[in-house]
Design a protein around this ligand. Structure first.
Ligand code: DC
Length: 216
């Protein structure tokens, strides 16, 4: 289990950037687990399904085929890589991620990928539920305003209608939902190394993580 690295934390804490770079540096596979929830949300929207209709969701999960390769995410043959990054899909993915059947379905997929080893998993429950036995667990954090600013910068190019206030409000709403849901809420545990990234550069965060890795 010592070649499994988990990085959890709220949205905008820098998880994706850091996890991707770390994986590159180590020559590990990078698994963006949020992209899987986003893929399910995209399919829900695409099929015009009601996310509150559990029967319909079960049916959809039975038919969904998610493939990750070369930084691309394919859902039933469609490349959804950029389509899953809109504010609408962010909101819907937070909603569908609270549904136990969705989590159960994606649990299996994440375990399969992770058990191959030499992997950096990044998400909300990778160190608590998906790989509680991992020996390298991190929790990245930052204040909601700073996280909102970061997300807004990313979004501006893709969604010109987005505003900073709306982005920060969206982050706060998702934080609340992600950490209070019944099923696998976002949680920091004592065996995770906590890093507040608010005043750190990307390089400083990477250095902190590299300095505390226990890998054979
Ligand atoms: O990290 P992200 O913003 O791409 O994640 C999208 C949503 O998916 C987020 O609101 C919560 C959910 N998610 C989750 O519940 N568990 C994970 N391991 C990753 C993401």
């Amino acid at each position: 289990m010592n070649t499994i690295i988990t990085i959890d934390g709220p949205s905008g804490a820098g998880k994706s950037t850091i996890a991707k770079l770390l994986a590159q540096k180590l020559g590990y596979t990078y698994l963006d687990t949020g992209a899987l929830y986003r893929a399910v949300a995209w399919k829900v929207r695409h099929d015009n399904a009601d996310p509150d209709d559990s029967g319909r969701l079960q049916d959809l999960l039975g038919k969904i085929d998610i493939t990750l390769s070369e930084n691309k995410i394919i859902v039933n043959g469609t490349d959804v890589t950029s389509m899953i990054r809109t504010p609408e899909i962010s909101e819907l993915s937070s909603k569908v991620s609270a549904v136990p059947a969705v989590r159960k379905h994606l649990f299996k997929l994440q375990r399969e990928i992770g058990l191959k080893g030499r992997v950096v998993l990044e998400g909300r429950d990778t160190g608590t539920v998906i790989f509680p036995e991992a020996e390298n667990k991190f929790f990245l954090d930052a204040g909601p305003e700073e996280r909102g600013r970061r997300r807004y910068k990313e979004l501006k190019g893709k969604s010109p209608e987005a505003t900073l206030k709306e982005t920060i409000d969206g982050i706060k709403t998702r934080d609340e939902r992600d950490s209070t849901r019944q099923s696998a809420p976002l949680k920091r545990t004592d065996d995770m190394i906590y890093i507040d990234t608010s005043n750190l550069t990307i390089e400083q965060v990477i250095a902190k993580i590299m300095g505390s890795l226990k890998i054979a």
